[in-house]
Design a protein around this ligand. Structure first.
Ligand code: IFM
Length: 461
């Protein structure tokens, strides 16, 4: 096997990502309000292992230790999310200064170590008080989000130079409102489409507030995207191919880049009875212009492609999941996600070609593998090293092809609470022992440290 050292462009940002509910714990401390994830986890039956994020990685108390670990790895940047109910316990109105102080300390601590903070404002932990008023399905939640974005950026905007409004609207829509596996645990397709629209609208409305309060900062949004990979040349023209791309990708990318919601998907939703015959009636004048407010970057989360079977039986596009290809020739992570690094370069090229975002960051990529400490205390997670190496190489190919990719955030810094899977799925380059809260950098973290130090990597081991 030949090996080659590939160097990344000077100034390339190497980071790691987390989110508030998945690591902070302290769910009801220091004036924090209840979030929809607190409510869901405290309701029996939703989380596979019956766990909660009440304590998680206890990052709320151990943030200084976690920054020291980031420094040890040499991270240039850290993507975290801010807990809305820690700042505004009722979603709007009364500000909880103790909550703001926590993020003030975190941002200062990061900057002291030369680590750029990349906060995400919404990574799914909506204040329960707003859910009680209808959650994202109602327009007033989008208005409350702008108030929240304003409060946070007025306090942190002098130091934060990169803001992400939302993390993965698709996941909120699909898992929170369609499948009911995520908070708020609903199965209501029409409400899911309203929720998606209000999320996107709140993003567009928040951009000017962030710019106003944070001079010179870059503002963007993070989408999870799924590159469509045809099983054969026949599947490219199959209607399922277009449908999947519309459902996962175009529904979010098109309005962000000024193209309205895709009419073919609107027609599908009308036909399926998810929308009335006159379409997206929750859109008000000016909404689409607001959603398309120009941003400075697009955050891309990539985990797995949509690989279609090459032998799609006629008429089976009504059962879209039956069209996915799973084959023994591919590797899957513990969360049964297909490992497909080429999907990343393919995706970046496709988004660049179609939408031309001025700049992109991979804001999440990583793998769930369960390897834990051996008898010597070391965590040998060679599958994760290979996964990251191959995906970094794919990102490098995209950069070589002219794609403006500015940075890469590994998901995740810490092994953490993986939503409805609880603690059963273990993403993360730093092991966390939940009994003792001891952190152990895995082999992947040590390998990543070297990548960052050399701003590049050797493609084959
Ligand atoms: O853990 C999640 C994260 O919160 C959002 N993106 C996908 C990750 C892995 O499932």
């Amino acid at each position: 096997m030949t090996s080659e050292f590939i160097a990344f462009p000077e100034g390339f940002v190497w980071g790691a990502a987390t989110s508030a509910y998945q690591i902070e714990g302290a769910w009801n401390e220091d004036g924090k309000g209840e979030s929809i994830w607190d409510r869901l986890c405290h309701t029996p039956g939703y989380i596979m292992d019956g766990s909660t994020g009440d304590v998680a990685c206890d990052h709320y108390h151990r943030w200084a230790e976690d920054i020291a670990l980031m420094k040890e790895l040499g991270l240039n940047a850290y993507r975290f999310s801010i807990s809305w109910p820690r700042i505004l316990p009722d979603g709007r109105g009364q500000v909880n200064q103790i909550g703001l102080d926590f993020y003030n300390r975190l941002v200062d601590g990061l900057l002291d170590e030369g680590i750029q903070p990349f906060p995400t404002l919404y990574h799914w932990d909506l204040p329960q008080a707003l859910q009680d008023e209808g959650g994202w399905a109602v327009r007033s939640t989008a208005e409350a989000f702008v108030e929240y974005a304003d409060v946070v950026s007025r306090h942190l905007g002098d130091r934060v130079k990169h803001w992400i409004t939302h993390n993965e609207p698709w996941a909120v829509v699909a898992m929170g409102y369609q499948r009911g596996t995520h908070a708020p645990g609903l199965k209501d397709y029409p409400a899911s489409l309203q929720a998606g629209h209000h999320l996107m609208l709140s993003h567009g409305w928040a951009v000017p507030a962030l710019r106003r309060n944070s001079a010179g900062a870059e503002v963007g949004i993070t989408l999870i995207l799924f590159p469509l990979v045809p099983g054969s040349s026949d599947t490219v023209v199959h209607p399922a191919f277009r449908k999947f791309d519309g459902y996962f990708n175009r529904w979010y990318l098109d309005p962000l880049y000024g193209r309205h919601y895709p009419t073919d998907v609107v027609a599908d939703y009308i036909e399926a009875g998810h929308l009335p015959s006159d379409g997206m009636t929750c859109i008000e004048p000016g909404d689409l212009e607001a959603i398309a407010t120009p941003t400075d970057f697009l955050g891309v989360n990539y985990y797995t492609p949509v690989l279609l079977r090459s032998d799609i039986p006629p008429g089976s596009d009504d059962e879209p999941l039956a069209l996915l290809y799973h084959g023994p020739e591919y590797e899957y992570t513990n969360m049964t996600m297909m490992v497909y690094p080429d999907g990343l370069s393919h995706l970046l090229k496709q988004v660049h070609f179609e939408y031309q975002p001025g700049k992109m960051y991979i804001t999440e990529n990583g793998a769930s593998y369960s390897d834990g400490p051996g008898e010597d205390g070391r965590v040998c997670d060679q599958r994760r090293v290979k996964y990251l190496r191959d995906h970094f190489a794919a990102a490098h190919r995209a950069i070589e092809g002219g794609i403006p990719l500015a940075g890469y955030f590994v998901w995740s810094l810490l092994v953490n609470f993986e939503w409805n899977f609880g603690y059963a799925q273990r993403f993360g380059i730093i092991w966390v022992d939940y009994q003792t809260q001891q952190r152990i950098p895995k082999d992947s973290a040590l390998w990543y440290k070297q990548v960052i130090a050399e701003n590049g990597l050797t493609t084959q081991l």
